[in-house]
Design a protein around this ligand. Sequence first.
Ligand code: F0G
Length: 455
Amino acid sequence: MSTNNADNASQKRFIQKCIEPDCQSTFGLDEPMYVCRRCGGLLDIECSSRSTIDPDTLKLWWHQRLSSQLPQDRSGVWRFRESIPFPDDTEVVTLKEGNTPLYTARHSANYCRLDALLLKHQGLNPTGSFKDTGMTVAVTQAKSLRSTMAVCASTGNTAASLAAYAGRADLPCAILVPADQVSHAKLAQALDYGARVLEIEGNFDACMQLVLELANEEPIYLVNSINPFRIEGQKTVAIELAEQLNWRVPDHLVVPGGNLGNSSAFGKGFRELLDWGLIDLYPRITVVQAEGAAPFARYFAQQRTGNVQFANEEEPETLASAIKIGAPVSWKKALRSVNESGGQVITVSEQEIADAKAIIGRDGIGCEPASATTVAGIRKLVASGFIRNDSSVVALLTGHVLKDTEYVIGYHNQSLRTERDEQITARFGNKPMRVASSRQSLKDALDRVRNESLQ
Ligand code: F0G
């Protein structure tokens, strides 16, 4: 049974609103734009009238939909459709995204010196990353606007996700990626799903800048996270997480930071849950960046000591290619999330990312390098006392372990080197064993394995 509610549909009155305090211009949802037409500020989608549905009814509907077979109910995004700016009868473009697991993780908790740690694995979405929760909404909006082509700039995961959803929607799409800087797995996905891939001779920031400039001139629909419809989808992960924790949010939520859409979306999600009376506390949202691609962390540290301008990182460097970003478009929204929640913005080194990734793997979970910044960051925050050993902590894993196998094999084979040609030490390395093709050699090898596991 679907729990659509006709009254609810008519109660939805959403607008786009500029986040700049001295602008706050508002626009209709059917106006295709990505930043405020008046001042260039970022846009939020806001509900212009307060919901009259009581929190317990919402919780019940959302829960009931888990046992429905309707596509819009099977999706972990559209299941929460009362929070999303579309009429309830919208024909949604979905791959049944969301509804991802929240895992306990003993090895990762020990590594961070925490009593317990939960990992929310967004890498288990249909295309293997968190992008799907936003893309289902952005591509649904592209269809509503009758767009003829969707476009994005990407370090790989947005590319794979757009390619898949555009394929579902029969919507032509073009994807800009930095040439030779995207993992093969992600590129393979985009090609397989039929997207036109444009390899730009520049880095991600150059790709982003180009599509932003062209988006206002060309008949294209931009689906990067600067598009507020992406954020509407991604914010439902906050709702799903709160539901999984029986509507008690954790003390800390730690997320990786690249273009900063995710941290922006979590802030919005928790803010709306508070407004609705579904939760009564805001978790501290902390963003972790890779040391070589950390303009937001630098700005966050400096703005505490005075009035400083946000400065891009001209030559971002990290092996966590998903977050190799020097000019994050959503930093103002992400700053709002961190400041409102009392979180932090910190950096971790390439070595710390690689080691944390191997530890997450030992929990039988695995993730891509960018995701491992979270566990590396939590270890530092526990050591510094910002997170207490007995705090409840959730780390967001953003991508699947198979997204970047070159990195994994490189680490375990002790051949992983940074872009500055520094060796990463495989502190938790796990090199394959070469064994001669004979019974005795195999018996010896198995004995060695047995002895190792007894130690
Ligand atoms: N983790 C993964 C696996 C990502 O792919 C990204 C971003 C991030 C973290 C950072 O998230 O941008 O919301 O702060 N990937 C984008 C892409 C940029 O094009 O796939 P963010």
